[in-house]
Unconditional design. Structure first.
Length: 329
């Protein structure tokens, strides 16, 4: 059932994607904000309570609902899986940023491309060289694809295989969202001293994302230049401060043969009104060194899209084989 649930969710999302401003996003902001206001009193144990309530309670509710529906009506449980995956997994939740930037660059409108990048990544892109502009687009696109597609996919499959339905998808998305939300709130309210909820949520999400990030990197290696991707993974992952992101970007750089990493543009002030609505400020501003490869060109955008889609096909084929083996067995 997992294969068909993912397939249906991706198909529906391609036909009718959620708008960028939607009730789900607004509800998540309200929910995480409410848990912080009611359970966080500034101590370490309160940060744990906030995270558990913010992340695990929604996942547990979805798991309980799936179990209840599955015991009575398998079709209803399947519909729940598709609905939850539609809300948590999909390219169209972020691809409009990439599409707008790519369209502007194709038309030679670099100013518009810089404006779209600034809105998406919360960077001052006005003084970026063209190669750095493209590098940011590639890096953020790869990370967004992982967080919106591959990470959700992996955790959904893992928990679905033990009968918890789409709880894994909710767990991953809530953990990622809480990490971004509390990171933004901490920088906006106390930039010199991040609060305990921000630090804890980032640490826990890094743990949850440890295996999915490496599976994403492995998928990029399989469908790209395997030898260079593996070499880049081993050699260049430490160029990025965040280990999980470094693994993904280093492997993708080798798989495509493009230079990633290097000096990054300074982030916008964290207190701007649109900062969280448009996307969290980056914690991985980049590193001084970069991977081997040619400087990013506009043609690499198509290469990255191809890399991601081939990786999706790879994991879907593996899931289909596992589903078939389960049905036959």
């Amino acid at each position: 059932m997992s294969f068909f649930a993912v397939l249906f969710a991706l198909m529906i999302e391609q036909v009718r994607p959620l708008p960028s401003e939607n009730w789900v996003h607004d509800g998540l902001i309200s929910w995480v904000g409410w848990t912080g206001r009611n359970f966080d009193a500034g101590r370490e144990r309160h940060a744990w309570v906030v995270w558990f309530v913010s992340v695990l309670v929604p996942a547990a509710i979805v798991a309980a609902l799936h179990i209840a529906l599955f015991s009575g009506n398998g079709v209803a449980a399947f519909a729940l899986d598709v609905l939850v995956l539609y809300l948590t997994l999909g390219f169209r939740q972020f691809s409009h940023h990439f599409t707008d930037i790519r369209k502007a660059l194709d038309e030679g409108d670099e100013l518009t491309a810089r404006r779209h990048l600034a809105q998406w990544c919360q960077l001052d892109a006005s003084d970026l060289p063209r190669s750095e502009l493209l590098r940011h687009v590639i890096e953020y696109s790869l990370l967004a694809a992982h967080r919106h597609v591959f990470g959700v996919f992996f955790w959904y499959v893992v928990l679905s295989s033990v009968g918890l339905g789409p709880a894994g998808a909710v767990l991953y998305r809530m953990a990622e969202f809480a990490s971004r939300y509390w990171s933004f709130k901490g920088k906006a309210l106390a930039p010199q001293a991040p609060d305990k909820s921000a630090l804890l949520s980032q640490r826990l999400f890094a743990a949850i994302d440890y295996l999915p990030s490496r599976l994403t990197a492995f998928g990029f290696a399989v469908v790209g230049n395997f030898e260079e991707a593996v070499n880049g993974w081993r050699r260049d992952a430490e160029l990025w401060p965040q280990a999980n992101e470094g693994v993904i970007l280093a492997a993708a750089a080798g798989a495509v043969g493009v230079r990633l990493g290097g000096e990054a543009a300074p982030p916008r002030p964290a207190g701007e009104v649109q900062a969280f609505e448009a996307g969290a400020p980056p914690d991985d501003a980049g590193a001084a060194a970069s991977t081997p490869g040619v400087d990013p060109q506009i043609g690499h955008l198509a290469s990255v899209v191809g890399l991601v889609w081939r990786s999706v096909v790879l994991w879907m084929l593996l899931l289909a084989l596992l589903t078939l083996a389960n049905l036959v067995g």
